[in-house]
Write a protein that binds this ligand. Structure first.
Ligand code: ACO
Length: 326
């Protein structure tokens, strides 16, 4: 069965936070952030803007490109680590905002790999015949769980959303494969300690101890990320009978320029076959790949028929890859 991406969309907050502004918040410099991460600026949600705000806008843009009416959707899968509420799912809120009255809607939690996980789940729904038109969204408002006093983390993250419409039909933009992997042994290298059942938000120690913020062992995450993204990429190549030279465009999770460079070097994919935008948006977790895919699509940087490799890594650890023939 053929499965196609028939539409892409993205949505970003208007507010830009530059490295120069961060210099006034924490002891950092544009030079440090640029050389260690490649990030120059990121987008920050304003008052009255939530994960659902950007998710719905990205979803509408993807649906418009696909020419799909929201009422035609069978399923909405939304990936986020920053839902509007612990429950109900943000996907249900977005279903309501879009008027997708015939869709089942649920969230998935796979941190920065959530969009790839979403693609993988959607692929199975389509291949089994359980759905015909699916909207997959990655949306985050990470600025609300970042510790703005911690220079180790606050410089890295940004807000935004990206989305795709996936349909079972003939034509271009074929989804050829998805692969997902988990390594729970390292769950505590990158996580948000507070607000779940271990440290409820109602417990004053959660707030006083700043447990509501992203907690990360940056160096360790870095090493695992490079190895895992290489593994997931090689799996995608092998499953499709391809080698790295066959890849037209690598769209990796946009976490850190050096993670992308190290991964691409191991694979042998040069800079002119990579799409990156982290200098403008920072790490938007599960939104990063669909935002980049939408930009690359709208800018026509993907060669028709070219092989596009998506690869992600994040908290869990959860990682994965997808291969598309454009
Ligand atoms: N400005 C200035 N100095 C800083 C800053 C900052 N913003 N942040 C850390 N430093 C300092 C540290 O305090 C340390 O100082 P010290 O030597 O006096 O102790 C020094 O810089 C070096 O710190 P390191 O942590 O060794 O710096 P490193 O080169 O490893 O870069 C970074 C840190 C950018 C976090 C890197 O480890 C990284 O990107 N890791 C991956 C983490 C990541 O991307 N996580 C996102 C989620 S997972 C994912 O999306 C893949």
């Amino acid at each position: 069965m053929n499965i196609r991406i028939t539409g892409t969309g993205s949505a970003l907050p208007g507010r830009i936070l530059t490295n120069a502004e961060l210099e006034t918040l924490v002891d950092t410099s544009d030079e440090w952030i640029t050389t260690r991460t490649g990030i120059k600026e990121r987008r920050i949600a304003g008052e009255g803007e939530y994960t659902s705000t950007f998710a719905a806008e990205a979803g509408r843009n993807a649906l418009a490109m696909a020419g799909v009416d929201p009422r035609e959707l069978d399923l909405i899968i939304l990936s986020t680590v920053t839902p509007d509420f612990p429950f109900p799912s943000t996907a249900c809120i977005v279903q309501d905002m879009l008027g997708a009255v015939n869709a089942t809607a649920f969230d998935i939690s796979a941190a920065c790999s959530g969009f790839i996980y979403g693609l993988s789940v959607a692929e199975k729904y389509l291949r089994s015949g359980s759905a015909k038109k699916i909207l997959i969204i990655g949306s985050e408002v990470l600025s609300r769980i970042v510790n703005w006093k911690d220079r180790n983390t606050c410089v890295l993250f940004g807000d935004g959303a990206g989305a795709v419409v996936l349909e079972a039909s003939e034509g271009n933009h074929q989804l050829c494969s998805t692969h997902t992997f988990s390594n729970g042994a390292h769950w505590n290298l990158l996580y948000q300690p507070g607000s779940g059942s271990r440290h409820p938000a109602t417990d004053s120690r959660t707030i006083d101890g700043e447990m509501l913020h992203i907690t990360m062992e940056g160096n360790e995450v870095f090493k695992h990320a490079v190895r895992a993204m290489e593994e997931a990429s090689l799996k995608a190549l092998e499953a499709n009978g391809l080698v790295a030279d066959d890849i037209s465009l690598l769209i990796p999770h946009q976490a850190n320029r050096r993670i992308i460079d190290a991964t691409a070097k191991r694979l042998g994919i040069e800079a002119d076959r990579q799409y990156t935008n982290l200098h403008r948006y920072g790490n938007t977790s599960s939104a990063s790949i669909p935002i980049a895919l939408d930009e690359a699509n709208r800018l026509n940087v993907i060669k028709p028929g070219g092989k596009v490799l998506l690869v992600a890594f994040g908290g869990g650890f959860a990682y994965g890859s997808a291969l598309i023939t454009w």
